[in-house]
Design a protein around this ligand. Structure first.
Ligand code: PLP
Length: 394
């Protein structure tokens, strides 16, 4: 509609590049390393179908009636006990169920940010967080990421100079780089939160997808002063379509998150929450994770093998021990967008250039490859074709 007077905050907001790309990659002849989706072979359809039937027939009202904004209590209890195995101490009351963990990013902006407030993010960071905090008219300040993730000393300088109110991080198998912050940096970060009185949004949707190496405890487990909001998700573990995630925060913050959620969508789907609860509490999750981790590990190894065999040696790649992504840094001056366009148009292979993951607009020579959504055969075929494009430019 011509002349519609939209809110000022929408100015300069582009559509989500990944969502736009995903539309294109739905064409059947495209091999896509662009999105961040689970494998189509990863979904536990039969078990969920049986559980859904049972739930709808035995909890006839609860499944279809309105529920509590805080979430389905049995699931909150189960999550509190599950995260205690990861060192996070939380009562069920401190666990708020969300319609996907992305809602937690949104709610953190909604409850914390006034227009013009500063948010510190890694460079690069999760693309959607940039758009979300822009919606709350935040100003971004960035801290650099090195081979093992966020550089905490550089972050402290940024904090002292810019005084951000909020810090958003994906410390484990980061999207987009796949990197994991080591323990010492997490400890330093936890101390820094207290020293500078800053709230951390610790987004952890990939932590349970580890294929090698030892787990590293969440920053939240070291957060003695309650300055971290921990976000978890069942999207990558069970199904993103169910839209079930959660936030863990100290009671004062949890109450505000609930207020924010009430004005957004009242509560997450009752049936989806109950399905996740039954799936997890009856022990299916454990075996399911074993199965999908073995599958993703094979895909990750295949992609690495193809990178080593065919990709130009001048590209620097991350070495993810889990998660869903490889991150590549091309030599300076090469624009990954040009390669992306050519790969899609000439080779029918998609990946995503890295620029949109940088809040400061840098990163033209970077890219992300997803390995979870493509079969071994597609990885083999797609990576060979992609390497032909890359070799042409390097
Ligand atoms: C870092 C990160 N946070 C949040 C999300 C969103 O997850 P959910 O489906 O739980 O909203 C994603 C999804 O790709 C992600 O990569």
């Amino acid at each position: 509609m011509e002349g519609t007077r939209f809110a000022d905050r929408l100015q300069g907001m582009a559509g989500n590049v990944i969502r736009e790309l995903l539309k294109l990659t739905q064409q059947p002849d495209i091999i896509s390393f662009a999105g961040g989706m689970p494998s189509p072979d990863a979904f536990p359809n039969e078990v969920l179908s049986d559980l859904a039937e049972e739930l709808l027939l035995t909890k006839k009202v609860a499944m279809l009636q309105y529920g509590e904004s805080e979430g389905y209590y049995p699931l909150r209890e189960w999550i509190a006990s599950w995260v205690s195995e990861k060192g996070i101490k939380a009562s069920p009351e401190e666990v708020i169920i969300l319609s996907g963990s992305q809602q937690g990013i949104d709610l953190s902006g909604k409850i914390m940010l006034n227009p013009g407030d500063k948010v510190a993010v890694e460079a690069p960071t999760y693309l959607a967080c940039i758009n979300i905090y822009k919606m709350y008219e935040a100003v971004f300040v960035t801290a650099p990421n090195d081979e093992v993730g966020l550089d905490v000393e550089a972050l402290e300088e940024v904090i002292e100079r810019e005084k951000p109110k909020l810090l958003y991080l994906v410390p484990t198998f980061q999207n987009p780089t796949g990197r994991t912050m080591p323990l010492e940096r997490r400890q330093a970060l936890a101390e820094l939160l207290t020293r500078h009185d800053i709230v951390l949004v610790e987004d952890d949707p990939y932590g349970d997808l580890r294929y090698e190496g030892e787990p590293v405890p969440a920053v939240k487990s070291m957060d003695v002063t309650g300055r971290a909001i921990y976000l978890g998700s069942f999207s990558k573990l069970i199904s993103p379509g169910l839209r079930v995630g959660f936030a863990i925060a100290r009671p004062e913050i949890a109450r505000k998150l609930v207020l924010g959620k009430q004005t957004t969508d009242t509560h997450a789907s009752q049936l989806a929450q109950a399905l996740v609860y039954e799936f997890c509490s009856r022990g299916y999750l454990k075996d399911h994770l074993k199965r999908i981790c073995a599958m993703y590990d094979a895909q990750r190894r295949k992609m690495k093998e193809m990178i080593d065999l065919y990709m130009p040696k001048s590209i620097k790649w991350s070495q993810p021990e889990g998660g869903m992504f490889y991150w590549g840094v091309l030599p300076e001056g090469i624009d990954a967008k040009v390669l992306m366009k050519e790969a899609i148009e000439e080779k029918r292979v998609a990946f995503i250039s890295g620029e949109s993951f940088f809040a400061d607009g840098s990163g033209q020579n970077t890219l992300r490859l997803n390995f979870s959504n493509s079969s071994i055969e597609k990885i083999e075929k797609g990576m060979k074709a992609l390497a032909e494009v890359f070799n042409k430019y390097m």
